[in-house]
Design a binder for this molecule. Sequence first.
Ligand SMILES: [Zn+2]
Length: 235
Amino acid sequence: MKEMLDRLVHLQETDEKIVALQKEEEKIPREIEEQEQIFGNSKGRLAQVQESLEELDGKFTEFSRELEEAKDQQRRSQARALAVKTQREYQAVQREGEFARKRRGELEGQVRELQEEKGILEESLLEAQQDLEGKEAALEEKRKQAEARMKAIRNEREDLQKTREVEAGLVEPELLAKYQRVFQRYRGKGIVRVTGGVCNGCFMMIPPQLYNQVLAHGGIHTCPNCGRIIYVDRE
Ligand SMILES: [Zn+2]
């Protein structure tokens, strides 16, 4: 009986490796999704900067045009000032010229500010473009790695599956069925060691009488609490 349990323990080691590979396989698409999310965010940031820059360009064009108009206005009133005849006319032209000069000054300040803002945004744009390139490369790399890992996992699993079939063939069908039921339920640990009277599956105490039977290596026993097959190490 002890030998049968040993075979089952070996089978379980193989099964646990298979489950570990399955779990790893399940994680891979999520990891890719995460990377895609990061890439998407980076794309969104770039689009935002581009939009702001376009908006700013529009403003810049508008203000530049207004500035040219103000310059023209100033030139016109300067020309008119040379041709005035009366004091009153002179004052009117003076006021007009003063107004145009102020307007020009304001617009020049605004255009300068916009230019500075534009410089900053252009830098941000460059950064966002570089960031996106980096994220794209990272995503591609992740996909490549994932594909390679999936392939390796499939191969490993196939090999383990073959080993498993051999090992399962060495276990009594009834015991095997019992083990498989519990292993599937817990996705692992269908057979566990009892140490110091405690089940290593659920960590509850095994009743003393049952523990003595387990120690005597007679028959197949299960933990009354979790239903796992229990065994003790050979002394
Ligand atoms: Zn238990």
